[in-house]
Design a protein around this ligand. Structure first.
Ligand SMILES: [Zn+2]
Length: 300
């Protein structure tokens, strides 16, 4: 499971968590390694093998990306194409095309750019006047989803960040990019707003699951069969809503596909970021990357 593929020179990288990104050069090495030592198969192939009771052959991997970041098109897609590697990108439909800022991006911008953290953020995410991004975001994720959106807006407003900073780049994919990629990339839903579904009213969570599928199918003209839970969070209610909405499988962040009690609506993934393959000298380590894929160490 990837999120962002970044250019290390981009000064806006510090707005998102380090655990969400891999540099373009490392990504290329990771894909080259996967193609050399494994076979990258599509999520569709994996799910149909599992559904038909076939145990996936060893050394098969599936590549997925969450959220729908623009860099998936600009940096990841050319590499995937060069290696003819299939992948699935899970889109947050409410963020497509617009100059959308997720609540965690707003908080990240404020923490990175402001010399003084607005009181509303300090109060909601205790940790002193210089909260680290990871710690602040983890604290905020325990809030009700609607209140969290309001808080992020309030914090951004109080920060008085310049329009220049706020509109520095388009963060998310647009439909043209998605359609261009759709010849070789599959797209799944990651909800409409990226709100954590277990922290919403059930009818709102259901709307996220159902409406995002409908919108994607209307735009892509093909079925959207896979869902990835925002933040990996689900419970029995949310899981059943996804199944009822007509998806074939849903991906979480923990657990492993292929375990004895296989639930197609709780397939696990391994989080991949720069740190998982960064060796002692700071370069790409094939051995460490292999350990990450096989979960030898308890990486985040
Ligand atoms: Zn996400």
């Amino acid at each position: 499971m990837y999120h962002r593929v970044i250019d290390p020179q981009d000064i806006t990288n510090r707005y998102t968590q380090a655990g969400m990104s891999v540099t373009h050069s490392t990504f290329k090495k990771q894909v080259a390694f996967l193609c050399d030592k494994y076979r990258i198969i599509s999520l569709r192939e994996l799910v149909s093998d599992l559904r038909e009771g076939r145990k996936p052959a060893p050394h098969r991997v599936v590549v997925t990306f969450d959220d729908g970041w623009q860099d998936n098109y600009a940096l990841a897609f050319p590499t995937l194409k060069a290696y003819r590697a299939p992948a699935t990108i899970f889109l947050t439909t409410g963020a497509i095309g617009a100059n959308h800022l997720f609540w965690f991006l707003k908080v990240g911008m404020v923490i990175a750019e402001c010399s003084e953290i607005p009181p509303a953020l300090r109060n909601a995410a205790p940790g002193g006047t210089e909260p680290e991004l990871d710690r602040a975001l983890e604290a905020l994720k325990t809030m009700d989803a609607a209140q969290l959106e309001d808080l992020a807006d309030e914090v951004l407003m109080a920060s008085n960040l310049s329009a220049d900073i706020l509109s520095r780049k388009r963060w998310m994919l647009n439909w043209d990019e998605i359609r261009e990629m759709s010849a070789s990339i599959d797209f799944g839903s990651h909800g409409r707003s990226h709100a954590i579904l277990t922290r919403m009213r059930p009818q709102d969570a259901e709307a996220e699951i159902v409406e995002s599928k409908r919108e994607m199918e209307a735009n892509l003209n093909r079925p959207v069969d896979f869902f990835a839970y925002p933040n990996g969070d689900y419970d029995a209610t949310v899981r059943n809503m996804v199944e009822r909405a007509g998806y074939q499988a849903a991906l979480a962040t923990r657990g492993l596909a292929g375990s004895s009690n296989l639930d197609f609506f709780a397939l696990g993934r391994v989080g991949i970021h720069e740190g998982v393959s960064c060796g002692i000298t700071g370069g790409f380590s094939r051995a460490l990357f292999a350990c990450a894929i096989h979960r030898v160490f308890p990486f985040r």
